[in-house]
Write a protein that binds this ligand. Structure first.
Ligand SMILES: Cc1cc2nc3c(=O)[nH]c(=O)nc-3n(C[C@H](O)[C@H](O)[C@H](O)COP(=O)(O)O)c2cc1C
Ligand SMILES: CCCCCCC(=O)C(=O)O
Length: 356
């Protein structure tokens, strides 16, 4: 796979996946306006490098909520990895451990969080949670994530209901194949699997309940409005993830990279203090990562690229995707004259009309 670009991984994944499963991974909500815009938005931004800074080889590492990552690229939570590879989330976690980056394990994983942790003992795992209306059940899941060694809780806030995914409707992709289950939704070992509830009544009050439930730092994922970024902090969030869910929830939402500067400004305290702001959606190249960092992101997360790596080549495929992004980030930072991620500043990004 050496010499492969990200689009090569997607092409290989598409060949290997059942068409309905490829569509589930690739697709978005509604007319897929936001899905397309997420990627295109990065092309409307240009980098303005600094020169003659003697910066040397860049240090790409970041520390997020006390967790060290060797690069500012995290693995976004995505469901159903065993649709892409028999090892599923185990393979993804092993590749994350080898790359020394953080994997956010989806609550809708097809391998139980305990098994993901056991398969990749060196991995830094965070756990993504869809808060369930049965709060006692939610608490059991939180305890399982804690016991499995997860070091942060990522609460998805953008999904009071599921987005309308026309590809899935057309393909009648309603259920997992019979041998796969959302293993984190089991009621006890070997017990029945509960369906995941998307909960329209979920509110800031529940975030406060979660805050009291666990000592893990909480990341609120799916923030798009600056006022909600502020509310998240007021309700105890340790970090914000600016995200439109990869264009899979409300179609027509602005792109995450376009929303980022306003949210970064909103969460900055008067004394310059701030909580980390993460961003995902449409990141496909090292230069995209560098643009997001320059605009104030503490790190980015990637969803589909990891799924393409997994489907194309299992654990080595994910390793290939992460290695590619790492090499591209290093190259872009070097060409921008940056010794570390702190050297990337908003003046190094310009809005442009992309060439036709
Ligand atoms: C197939 C798929 C499944 C996803 N599953 C989840 C999930 O279980 N929980 C969640 O919070 N976000 C989920 N997401 C959203 C991702 O975490 C992330 O926001 C999005 O993929 C980022 O966009 P990108 O794919 O362009 O990188 C999913 C995305 C995809 C593509
Ligand atoms: C019924 C299981 C729902 C899993 C949702 C995963 C997800 O967030 C997605 O975008 O798809």
């Amino acid at each position: 796979m050496s010499g492969w670009r990200l689009c090569d991984y997607e092409a290989a994944a598409r060949e290997r996946l059942a068409p309905a499963h490829y569509d589930y991974f690739a697709g978005g909500a509604g007319e897929e306006i936001t899905l397309r815009a997420n990627v295109a938005a990065f092309d409307r931004l240009a980098l303005v490098p600094r020169v003659l800074r003697g910066a040397g080889r860049p240090e790409t590492g970041v520390t997020l909520l006390g967790c060290r990552a060797s690069m500012p690229v995290l693995i976004a939570p995505t469901a159903f990895h065993r649709l892409a590879d028999p090892q599923g989330e185990r393979a993804t976690a092993r590749a994350a451990a080898a790359a020394e980056t953080i994997m956010i394990v989806s609550m809708a994983a097809t391998v139980a969080v305990e098994e993901v942790g056991a398969a990749a003992p060196g991995a830094t795992l965070w756990f993504q949670l869809y808060v369930q209306p049965d709060l006692a059940f939610t608490e059991r899941i939180v305890r399982r994530a804690e016991s499995a060694g997860c070091r942060a809780l990522v609460v998805t806030a953008d999904s009071p209901v599921m987005g309308v995914r026309r590809r899935d409707i057309r393909n009648r992709f309603l259920d997992l194949p019979a041998h796969l289950h959302c293993e984190n939704l089991r009621d006890g070992p070997g017990g029945p699997v509960r369906p995941i509830a998307m909960w329209p009544e979920l509110s800031w009050e529940h975030l406060a309940v979660l805050r009291r439930m666990t000592d893990l730092p909480i990341v609120v994922k799916g923030v798009t409005h600056p006022a909600d970024a502020r509310l998240a902090i007021e309700h105890g969030a340790a970090a914000i993830m600016v995200s439109n869910h990869g264009g899979r929830q409300l179609d027509g939402v602005p792109t995450a990279i376009d929303l980022l500067p306003e949210i970064v400004a909103e969460v900055a305290g008067p004394d310059g203090s701030t909580v980390p702001v993460l961003v995902d959606g449409g990141v496909r190249r090292g230069t995209d990562v560098v643009k997001a960092l320059a605009l104030g992101a503490a790190a980015v997360a990637v969803g589909r690229p990891v799924l393409w790596g997994l489907a194309a080549g299992g654990e080595p495929g994910v390793a290939g995707v992460l290695g590619l992004l790492r090499a591209e980030v290093e190259q872009a930072m070097t060409l921008c004259g940056c010794a570390g991620v702190g050297d990337l500043t908003p003046d190094m990004v310009r809005s442009v009309v992309p060439p036709c």
